[in-house]
Design a binder for this molecule. Structure first.
Ligand code: PCD
Ligand SMILES: [Cu+]
Length: 790
């Protein structure tokens, strides 16, 4: 199925080349921020608020200053003197760096303690005495929307409510008409809970300000080094730290998953302190801080409706969202899309009309709304559409697989214009679902289910046939803080034919050092092994928007191919010159040009590169280097067909995932082994919100599961055996036909699991349960439906 045009020695596209980076990772030689030690480095720890909403009456630092090793305690008032106490968020909202008078969520930063050791900093943090006057927190987003509720963002002049923005897409009037006339309408209220990215490595940085040269080097765990450099320059330009004086370096990163896109106050405080003290300052979050205070994901309350015929033709959908953004809108979305790409909510189905609308609201919870392994809210959209498709099938008593087959967009209808304005590039949804059904043995499973039901046993089969939307994005629509979302590649081939390539993206574990090398190997025929890939240093890499939203392959990966093709064009010119033929008489095969019909007249790419430095035609520029900034013409639309089989213990509500088959379509695959790893990891991060994870707050805004003792992150023990496979519909507009894949499994799997569980419970009249679906929720729902007698 995967075609390899290059030999294993070259290892271009389609080869399961072992990951270059793993040589250091598996030997404990990865180099992370916390491994950085600089002369005279100080350590920072942060005093945080125990209250979700309170006035700060007083901060007494005297005891903290007495702790041996503590050199300074910084508060909002200190930063205010330099106008560094506020910063912009990526969504152009504002966020406190340190508060001067009010705290807005539990675990918010209140003061920073600087000491000569991490331990002293921690002791100092405990010794900071803060006097608070607690206020009534607003936790419920629906209540917060109520015009009679107190206004939380009193820092915003003229703000009279807690509403942040309203956004909509699709055709409201047309959709309403279809709904009012439809024979069948189904409706569910659902909550996609607030969850959290639990990367192995927490956030952290070392801010190293050099007073003599007025230069800041910021070592940090960021998915978007260039954008953050720009943000830092915007925040600190007025004190002389302009962009050319800032270097952001991201060393190895232990998982990003969207949580390392935002700017956290800790980074800005570390910069401010290093600037004021003139020494390097290290800040590394601990596990609980990471869970309690960093950007959350999801938290969408969705009223979902679907209209259709009695026979099973979907006619329209309507989705209304209330988005709880916490204290500030610190989501990581393209500017034009405050609700991200939620309007992909029509999914893989061909029907006439849809209307989606979203309102965002402030509450006393940590800020965020990051795209945790999700292209800006596509996960929420997929959950809504895939749950409702099953809900509709249940309503009319039709098999959910058949209902999907009957409603899919057909492969000949691509490029397909969705009713909410997207143009899907390619796909073959029928083939994907058919393959998943064949692998899982769908017909037999349905028979088994009938037999089990007759015996009172609970077995469920759940399907999710989702369409993803990745590769942000085309500059006409996509920007972050005004910066267009292109990405870049720069290739330098040295005289001996070995190369270094640099990118505007930044791997956090995805394997870019391997796969980017494979793309260049494919295009130039230089062995991937001989191509060194570098990312994450703003002094050396070309400007790019970073790695998230499965955008690296669609953008920087494309840039690599285009830059390599520029070089191949140059190689052709040199070959024509050396072989004394016209360029048209030459033929390319990965790694060499030869004369048509005379294959013995050949120049290898290595010879041609050498000639670019030693023997090139008069008038040609010397060297063998190229750069490309790629502005994608469209997004790529990967898809998947997932089938999950569950067995439920009726007495305890215990859920056992018996099978999980995932057929993905990410177009042409660069490295099948890496893609499989991506799918395994992504599925595990899909079972997480479906069955385990949710951040829970009480009415006072206290987080009830703020440690990994209580916040249940699934491990290998909880993970079922993932059965994976592919169909391949190349992206027609991408230079190598690839689509992103990193997010697909996390986006597509939660509804497959939820649908399976609901399918098992449907004989009791249960039509919906919110994720995470825990044994207790199942048991409670069964009890309410009288499953255990009166
Ligand atoms: N067709 C194809 C596609 C793809 N690939 C591969 O795979 C990977 C991925 O890719 P993509 O899809 O393009 O993506 P990126 O951009 O690179 O990345 C991103 C993603 O990725 C994922 N994965 C991962 N892994 C790891 N290890 N770690 C991490 O952290 C992570 N993260 C996650 C997330 S979350 Mo977001 O941020 O939320 O938005 S988004 C995301 C890479 O390596 C590449 O190359 C291949 O091979 N082929
Ligand atoms: Cu495949």
């Amino acid at each position: 199925m995967i075609q390899c045009k290059t030999s294993k020695a070259i290892s271009g596209m389609g080869h399961s080349m072992k990951r270059k980076e793993d040589i250091r990772f598996i030997q404990g030689r990865g180099h992370y921020v916390d491994d950085i030690k600089l002369d005279g480095m100080l350590y920072m720890d942060i005093t945080r608020s125990p209250y979700a909403y309170a006035k700060i009456k007083n901060i007494d630092i005297s005891e903290a200053m007495k702790v041996p090793g503590v050199v300074a305690v910084i508060t909002g008032k200190d930063l205010e003197k330099y106008n560094l106490h506020w910063m912009p968020t990526i969504m152009s909202d504002t966020q406190m760096v340190l508060p001067t008078d009010t705290v807005m969520y539990q675990a918010q930063e209140v003061a920073a303690v600087i000491a000569t050791s991490r331990y002293a900093a921690r002791d100092g943090r405990e010794a900071v005495k803060v006097e608070y006057e607690p206020m009534q927190a607003l936790v419920d987003p629906f209540k917060a929307m109520d015009p009679s509720s107190p206004v939380l963002r009193t820092d915003k002049p003229g703000k009279t409510d807690n509403h942040i923005w309203h956004w909509e897409a699709g055709d409201k009037a047309k959709t309403e008409k279809v709904f009012s006339e439809a024979a069948v309408v189904v409706k569910e209220q659902m909550h996609i809970p607030r969850i959290h990215v639990s990367s192995i490595e927490t956030c952290g940085c070392v801010a190293d300000y050099d007073k003599i040269n007025n230069h800041l080097t910021m070592y940090m765990t960021t998915q978007a080094p260039h954008v953050l450099r720009t943000v830092f320059a915007l925040v600190a330009g007025h004190v002389g730290l302009t962009e050319e004086k800032i270097r952001v370096v991201s060393p190895d990163i232990g998982g990003g998953f969207g949580g390392k896109v935002p700017v956290y106050p800790g980074y800005v405080i570390a910069i401010a302190v290093s600037f004021l003290v003139g020494k390097p300052v290290k800040w590394i979050e601990d596990r609980s801080e990471n869970l309690q205070a960093d950007s959350f994901a999801r938290d969408y309350h969705i009223t979902a409706e679907m209209a259709g015929t009695k026979e099973g033709k979907i006619l329209a959908t309507r989705f209304k969202v209330l988005a709880d953004h916490g204290y500030t809108d610190a989501a990581a979305n393209p500017s034009k899309y405050p609700a991200g790409l939620f309007s992909i909510a029509t999914g893989s189905y061909d029907y006439g009309t849809a209307f989606v609308e979203a309102d965002a609201v402030y509450t006393n919870k940590p800020p965020g709304g990051v795209a945790y392994r999700c292209s800006f809210r596509v996960t929420e959209a997929v959950h809504a559409i895939e749950r409702m498709t099953d809900r509709y099938a249940l309503e009319i008593g039709k098999d959910p697989a058949q209902l999907r087959m009957d409603n899919f967009i057909k492969k000949e209808d691509f490029p397909w214009h969705s009713p909410t304005g997207w143009i899907y590039d390619s796909g073959d949804y029928h083939a994907g679902l058919q393959k998943a059904m064949d692998v899982v043995g769908y017909a037999d499973l349905r028979k088994e289910q009938v037999e089990k039901r007759a015996k009172g046993e609970l077995m469920g089969i759940g399907i999710s046939t989702f369409t993803e939307i990745v590769g942000a994005g085309p500059s006409k629509d996509f920007d972050i803080l005004g910066i267009k979302m292109f990405d870049s590649a720069e290739i330098r081939v040295h005289p001996t034919g070995k190369a270094i390539a640099r990118f505007g993206t930044k791997s956090q574990g995805q394997g870019h050092e391997t796969t980017y090398a494979q793309i260049i190997a494919e295009e130039l025929g230089i062995p991937a092994e001989n191509i060194q890939v570098e990312e994450g240093d703003t002094d050396t890499a070309p400007y790019g928007l970073g790695t998230y939203a499965s955008r690296s392959t669609p953008t920087a990966g494309a840039a690599a191919a285009v830059a390599a093709r520029k070089l191949r064009d140059k190689a052709r010119k040199i070959a024509a010159y050396l072989l004394e033929v016209s360029e048209d008489d030459l033929e390319w095969e990965p790694g060499k040009f030869f004369v048509k019909g005379a294959p013995e007249k050949v120049k290898t790419i290595q010879e041609l590169v050498f000639a670019a430095y030693t023997n090139f035609p008069q008038g040609m520029e010397a060297g063998f280097e190229a750069t490309h900034y790629y502005d994608p013409p469209n997004l790529t639309f990967p898809s998947g067909a997932y089938i999950c089989v569950v067995d439920i213990d009726k007495e305890t509500g215990g859920i056992h995932v018996r099978r999980f088959v995932a057929i993905d379509d990410c177009g042409h695959i660069i490295n099948p082994m890496i893609v499989q790893g991506q799918v395994h990891g992504g599925l595990t991060q899909g079972i997480a919100p479906a069955m385990y994870e949710e951040l829970i707050y009480d009415e006072a805004g206290n987080i009830l599961n703020g440690t990994l003792m209580d916040y249940l992150v699934p491990t290998a023990v909880e993970s079922p055996k993932w059965e994976t496979g592919h169909v391949v519909t190349p992206s027609p507009h991408h230079p190598i036909g690839a689509k992103g894949v990193g997010e697909s499994p996390t986006v597509g799997s939660p509804p497959a699991i939820a649908n399976a569980i609901i399918d098992a419970l449907s004989p009791f009249g249960i039509t919906h349960l919110d994720i995470p679906i825990t044994p207790f929720k199942v048991w409670k729902a069964l009890k309410e439906k009288g499953a255990y007698g009166k």
